[in-house]
Design a protein around this ligand. Structure first.
Ligand code: EPU
Length: 424
């Protein structure tokens, strides 16, 4: 196993290019299973999770080739409908193939994901939705088996919570179902709109893009298409927060500022200099601004609210502010695993239930330490804290980071940081 070493205390200066979004690439790769033929996806990030999804597709009979950030996937021969525990346990987004397999092959058998470091994360909304479409679902030996006899039909499904992957899975099944499906209280994240754009290019009939009610009218068949993955808004936000924490002046390019309304507001409110262009954001944090960083409260919400995937990173920044702030996590019940690790660098954070109270130490208030990564976004908050801290920080279990950040050390070093990997 490898660990990440950071020599902190250096400002981040220059330009960094944002990669395609992990959480768009995963459902879009799964969606290729819906139609035979050769699909082309561009701006696909090369991450541990996208590699896992491609390995899964190979097991199902797809053949793919990567050329830089362009993926060509041939789904003509897809004929196998089972996904093993070994794959699902490394990446729970593997369940995204359920919808496409049920729609294309009439059956699927996918290992049921267990809990994870941020919460229980059940998939009951996915299963209840498929059942409303007339799909018979059963749980046996840790696997979800789903099957229908060619009569899958559309239905109205009301999600209790606007779940991102449940919305995606149900849309991907509904596109080939008979009749009309209405998904009420659907998730509105930009990654859902990216998937809708791809499904429409494939010939699907979908209305309600960007809204909380999505209407899908099933079609008899779909065709392969070419689609571009949107820029990763969470990677974008992570770099913006990193510069705010470590100081410096950086332009983040090839991103979508309009996908980060809540974060940009919160950064400006805390005194960070933010200038947005059409597809770039410049973040400015000189020593005066750093010394005056204000504590600002956040509450994680579904899109367009403040994203849960940027909660841990903002907490690292707030541990450098003047004053106190409250961070409330409303999406996942256990997403404060980073708190104990941030405390090892000197952060003053108290948690009670789903709230964390952070008392800032000022810009020089963190010192490097050895810490442990527990999940993807918790790990990136430790990287941010390490970049801002004095001295050396060592982060173990960095495979979590490799699941979601393309070339993290290379990008940070390009901005003047000192970051490298070593064997444990
Ligand atoms: N939920 C249920 N039942 C379900 C589905 C969800 O109770 O059947 C609950 C969850 O337990 C959670 C809430 O609903 O409390 C919202 O979860 P959601 O289903 O929206 O999350 P997800 O689809 O599993 C995606 C992202 C996550 C991101 C969340 C929230 C992908 C592949 N994953 O997960 O990304 O945190 O939406 O925005 O799109 C990450 O990238 O680090 C990450 C965890």
């Amino acid at each position: 196993m490898e660990k990440l070493i950071i020599e902190g205390g250096r400002p981040l200066v220059g330009e960094v290019r944002i990669s395609g979004a992990k959480n768009a690439a995963l459902p879009l790769i799964a969606a290729t299973l819906l139609a035979p033929g050769i699909h082309v996806l561009t701006n696909v990030p090369d991450l541990r999770d996208t590699r896992t999804m491609l390995k899964l597709l190979s097991e199902l009979g797809a053949v793919w080739k990567r050329d830089g950030s362009t993926l060509t996937i041939d789904c003509t021969e897809v004929d196998y409908a089972e996904v093993s525990y070994d794959l699902v346990k490394t990446m729970r987004a593997s369940v995204l193939v359920l919808g496409p397999l049920i729609a294309r092959l009439g059956k699927a058998r996918v290992s049921m994901p267990g809990g994870c470091a941020i919460g229980e994360r059940p998939i009951n909304f996915h299963i209840q939705g498929f059942e409303r479409f007339g799909v018979h679902c059963a749980l046996e030996h840790g696997y979800v088996s789903a099957e229908h006899d060619g009569t899958m039909h559309g239905a109205t499904v009301h999600l209790d919570i606007p779940s991102v992957t449940a919305t995606e899975n149900l849309m991907m099944a509904a596109v080939l179902a008979r009749g009309t499906t209405i998904i009420k209280n659907a998730a509105r994240e930009p990654e859902i709109s990216n998937l809708i754009d791809m499904l429409r290019k494939m010939g699907a009939d979908i209305e309600g893009r960007g809204g909380d009610e999505i209407t899908v009218t099933g079609v008899a068949r779909l065709r392969a298409a070419q689609t571009e993955i949107i820029p990763d808004r969470i990677e974008t936000g992570t770099y913006l927060i990193a510069v705010a924490a470590a100081g410096g002046r950086t332009t983040v390019t090839d991103c979508q500022p309009k996908h980060l309304p809540a974060l940009l507001d919160k950064l400006s409110e805390s005194g960070v200099g933010i200038t947005s262009g059409d597809s770039s954001i410049t973040v400015e944090m000189d020593p005066q601004r750093r010394a005056r960083l204000k504590g600002v409260d956040i509450k994680t919400m579904v899109y367009p609210g403040y994203p849960t995937d940027l909660q841990a990173q903002f907490m690292a920044l707030m541990s450098l502010c003047n004053g106190t702030c409250v961070i409330k996590e409303t999406i996942f019940e256990n997403r404060f695993m980073h708190v104990a690790e941030l405390r090892r660098l000197g952060a003053r954070i108290k948690t009670e239930g789903n709230s964390a109270v952070v008392t800032g130490n000022g810009p020089t208030g963190l010192s490097g330490a050895r810490v442990m990564a527990t999940d993807l976004r918790a790990s990136s908050s430790l990287v941010i804290a390490g970049l801002a801290a004095s001295g050396r920080t060592e982060i173990s279990r960095i495979y979590h980071l490799e699941r979601g950040y393309e070339n993290l050390s290379g990008k940070l070093n390009g901005l003047g940081a000192r970051v490298w990997k070593e064997d444990e």
